[in-house]
Every structure is written in structure tokens, then in C-alpha cells.
Design a protein around this ligand. Structure first.
Ligand code: AP5
Length: 182
């Protein structure tokens, strides 16, 4: 059973939903950089104040800040982990490789959750998080395509990539992920 997972895909693909389900069943750490950043905003910390406007505009927080959060939350003591929303560009991939080398826990599988733009836009508009308005979704998608999408090829070349059709019901998708983890 694979224990070190990464969920990759555009905003609204269901990365968070699936990562929460799989991590709960297996007692894995669910490391969502988006969620950790939102917690900082909700607690009105210095970091939260620094990132609030960036997140509300749908832009990327600096690689350095995100790396600090990842280092703080990812250590050797775990039953397994799922990275959700990190890495998001090639520079973050390189930093992640260093972090994982330090804890001797290499990435074992990358799930690429694929979904048509029109479906994800509808999902996000229905959810209505602060960064789920038409303008911000457009920015998030544009940034995803420019910065994050190249990671698909990167992980494909390492033979780590598993394709998931994320345009289906939650249970069918999680069953497919569990089968591919086995
Ligand atoms: P983040 O929180 O990572 O947002 P995101 O990548 O845009 O992803 P979402 O949470 O919107 O989508 P998801 O794929 O997780 O889908 P979900 O399960 O939630 O990041 C937010 C911001 O933080 C970024 O814009 C950036 O500013 C900053 N940030 C975060 N990480 C960063 C990093 N590494 N570097 C720099 N900046 C960073 O589902 C979405 C909706 O669809 C939900 O309502 C859900 O209930 C529904 N849904 C899920 N699955 C299904 C299904 N199968 N059928 C129907 N509905 C479904």
C-alpha cells in the first residue's frame, strides 16, 4: 500500500475532498497548504495578514512562505501523508524533493485529477469560498495552467503519475484511488 501521495489537479478538481477521505481511512497526514494558509488568515496571524490579499486574488503565495509551512507540518513521524495543493510549480518541486530526502520518505504516487474547466467552475461557484468568484477562479485557472500543469509531465517522466477522471461522483473516484494505491 502506497503511503506517500500527492494529489495534483486544477482548482475544484476534488483534491481536498479525496485527500480528506483517503487520509482519514488510513490515518495519514493530510497536508493542504491552502487549508493551512486559510487557518492562518482565520487566526489573524502575521502570516495570515501577509497572505490574505494574495489568496483572495487567486495568486500564488511566495515559495519561501509555503516551504516554511510545509517544513513545519511534515516530519518523519507519520503513518503516511498526502500532499494537496503543494507543490504548485517547479521551484516548489525542487524544495519538496529536498524536504523528502531529509526525512527519507520519497513520493510514491501522484494522482492527477482531471476535470473539464466548465465542471470545476460550476463546482467552485456553488461552494462560494471567498476565492470562489468568477474573476478569482479565472486567475486561479490561468496560474494553474501556466505554473502547475507542467508538473504533470514532470511526474509522468518519473513514472509516478496516475490519471484519475475527476468528473464523477465522490465515491467512485475514491474507490479508483484506493485501488491504485494498493
Ligand atoms: P487551495 O486551497 O489549494 O485551492 P485550489 O487548489 O484552488 O483547490 P480547491 O480547494 O479549490 O479545490 P480542490 O481540488 O481541493 O477541490 P475540493 O475538494 O475543495 O489554495 C488556495 C489558495 O492558497 C491558492 O489560490 C494560493 O493563493 C494559496 N496556495 C495554496 N497552496 C499554495 C502553494 N503551494 N503555493 C502558493 N500558494 C498556495 O472541491 C471543490 C468543490 O467541489 C467542493 O465544494 C466539493 O464539495 C466539490 N466536489 C469535490 N468533489 C466532487 C465531486 N466528485 N462531485 C461533485 N462535487 C465535488
Amino acid at each position: 500500500m502506497k503511503k506517500h501521495l500527492l494529489f495534483l489537479g486544477p482548482p475544484g478538481a476534488g483534491k481536498g475532498t479525496q485527500a480528506a477521505l483517503i487520509s482519514e481511512v488510513n490515518s495519514y497526514l493530510h497536508l493542504s497548504t491552502g487549508e493551512l494558509l486559510r487557518q492562518e488568515i482565520d487566526s489573524n496571524t502575521n502570516l495570515g495578514k501577509q497572505v490574505k490579499d494574495i489568496i483572495n486574488k487567486g495568486e500564488l503565495v511566495s515559495d519561501q512562505l509555503v516551504l516554511e509551512i510545509v517544513k513545519k507540518n511534515l516530519n518523519k513521524d507519520n503513518n503516511g501523508w498526502i500532499l494537496d495543493g503543494y507543490p504548485r510549480n517547479l521551484s516548489q518541486v525542487n524544495s519538496l524533493n529536498d524536504v523528502l530526502m531529509n526525512i527519507s520518505q520519497p513520493l510514491e504516487i501522484v494522482f492527477y485529477l482531471d476535470i473539464p474547466d466548465e465542471v470545476l467552475i460550476q463546482r467552485l461557484l456553488m461552494r462560494g469560498r471567498k476565492d470562489d468568484n468568477e474573476e478569482t477562479i479565472k486567475t486561479r485557472l490561468k496560474i494553474y495552467k501556466a505554473n502547475t500543469e507542467p508538473l504533470i509531465e514532470y511526474y509522468k517522466n518519473l513514472s509516478l503519475l496516475e490519471y484519475i477522471n475527476a468528473d464523477g461522483d465522490v465515491k467512485t473516484i475514491s474507490t479508483e484511488i484506493k485501488q491504485k494505491m494498493a
